[in-house]
Design a protein around this ligand. Structure first.
Ligand SMILES: [Zn+2]
Length: 483
């Protein structure tokens, strides 16, 4: 499932849908407000949360589960048919069986027949694949709400990668401006995460407020946004808190702050006068900005792929977190020009000014080159001197038998590159999560987007690791006492 991994940080396998989900009674039978987890349960990613209040049904995020069950049926050479992707996923219970959600085209002649939409809106928290990657299955008449910046990001991803979101009734929301869908009111709050324009939501139902964090951190450049969201969440006295727990449980991986990454890159560039290489997540604009600033301070240029340049240019109009290093500007990024038989439309604006492998090889000291892993064959032309530093500015692998990681190291070993791990996660640590829960004091805490929901038992009786496909009532009442 290569496209689904595209940009979804920290996506790793876990349990997928249980067969039981297929036999659940129709969700719409529930009258009082409920929330049902259709993904993101005992897994990192795959968030799909259905909130129902009377006749109104709103879905929060709709991303594929990176589940081992998926890989039991679909692997890189064997994928759902583009003529009936929903049918092919429903066959194995890899997407939830919900009526009035999927498009006629995606269903084909699946045994779940097409029905006019019975889901009234979908809110997408951010542009990572594990939250937005199944939008292509959805009926095009269901309104899809995204932040204004996310809309631009999705547009750029759609036109420059294999990821396709499909046609939708797109609606953009403004920061903290409430949107009403029947009885349900949604207030989107910007949060700090490793992709820009990420949101958490206050979801007000007729029986109380649910807080959905999306994915977040508060050690990046938009930490104050996350804090403002938590303060607003606290003053709602929420009935439920749906909190991501990517880093809950055992986590031995080294984590820096964004500023910490900057200092380590500064030091490294100070020690190595020649070419330096780096690798980041393609949508981690904060990291690109950090690397660009470090390169500039060392008298170098950050060189990125045409795809990254296109993405930066696409979001420029919505970017408000400082100066974006744009291609084609005097103090912006340079573009690396790969040799290709055919160039995509989005690559064409950069063809005349792109830097060749020869230029980068002969003047390595001028550049910090950010390569995607898929662009590693360029190393064969670049011939970096042995000992050239390679900054791995992404998550460490989740398992020791991670194939991509092994292949990457084979390439690094072959060229004698010096590996440096320097990363700031897009997610809060377990301690930070517990602190947030203690300050918000929700009646119930539903840990999602985590492989270790049980770790949240440590916060006390408010912890409710959810089960897949079970409708939970939104129960009003006094918040948990402060301890
Ligand atoms: Zn996620």
């Amino acid at each position: 499932m290569s496209s689904a991994n595209d940009g979804g940080e920290d996506a790793r396998p876990s349990r997928g849908f249980g067969e039981r989900l297929k036999t659940e009674p129709p969700y719409r039978a529930m009258r009082r407000p409920t929330l049902t987890f259709l993904g993101g349960v005992h897994e990192i990613g795959g968030n799909k949360i259905l909130v129902e209040d009377g006749p109104d049904r709103v879905l929060f995020d709709f991303g594929p589960s990176f589940s081992p069950r998926w890989e039991e049926y679909y692997v890189n050479f064997l994928q759902p048919r583009s003529t009936s992707p929903a049918k092919d996923l429903l066959e194995f219970g890899l997407v939830p069986r919900i009526e009035g959600l999927y498009s006629r085209e995606a269903l084909g002649d699946a045994d779940l027949a097409w029905k006019p939409p019975e889901v009234h809106a979908i809110f997408i928290s951010h542009a990572h694949a594990d939250h937005a990657g199944h939008l292509n299955l959805v009926d095009p008449s269901i309104p899809v709400y995204v932040g204004e910046g996310t809309r631009e990001l999705l547009r750029a991803i759609d036109s420059s990668t294999a990821m396709k979101y499909g046609d939708h009734d797109w609606r953009t929301f403004a920061d903290r401006a409430p949107i009403r869908v029947g009885r349900i009111e949604v207030v989107p709050f910007p949060v700090d995460h490793s992709v820009p324009f990420a949101y958490g939501f206050l979801i007000r139902t007729s029986e109380g407020t649910i807080v959905y964090t999306g994915d977040f951190r508060h050690h990046g450049p938009r930490a104050s946004d996350s804090h403002e969201f938590f303060r607003a969440a606290e003053s709602e006295h929420p009935a439920g808190l749906l909190i991501e727990g990517t880093r809950a449980g055992p986590d031995t991986r080294r984590n820096l702050t964004e500023n910490g990454v900057r200092s380590e890159v500064d030091r490294l560039l100070g020690r190595h006068p020649g070419l330096a290489l780096a690798c980041t997540y393609p949508r981690d604009v904060d990291r690109l900005t950090t690397l660009h600033a470090a390169a500039q301070a060392a008298g170098r240029k950050l060189v990125v792929s045409a795809r990254t340049a296109y993405l930066l240019a696409s979001i420029a109009g919505k970017w408000t977190s400082g100066k974006l290093p744009l291609p084609g500007t005097p103090d912006g990024v340079e573009v690396y020009q790969r040799k290709k038989k055919r160039y995509w439309e989005y690559e064409k604006p950069y063809l005349d000014t792109g830097l060749s492998a020869t230029e980068v090889r002969s003047h390595g000291e001028r550049y910090l080159l950010a390569l995607d892993l898929s662009h590693f064959p360029e190393l064969i032309d670049l011939r970096p001197p042995r000992g050239t530093p390679f900054i791995h500015s992404m998550s460490e692998p989740f398992s020791e038998d991670d194939v991509d990681d092994k292949v990457m190291h084979n390439w690094l070993d072959h060229f004698g590159l010096e590996f440096h791990q320097m990363h700031a996660s897009g997610h809060a640590s377990e301690g930070e999560l517990f602190e947030i829960i203690r300050s918000i004091r929700p009646r119930r805490v539903y840990p999602i987007h985590t492989e270790h929901p049980e770790a949240f038992r440590a916060i006390g009786p408010s912890a409710h690791p959810p089960e897949l496909g079970v409708p939970y009532p939104v129960t009003p009442g006094s918040p948990t006492p402060r301890d």
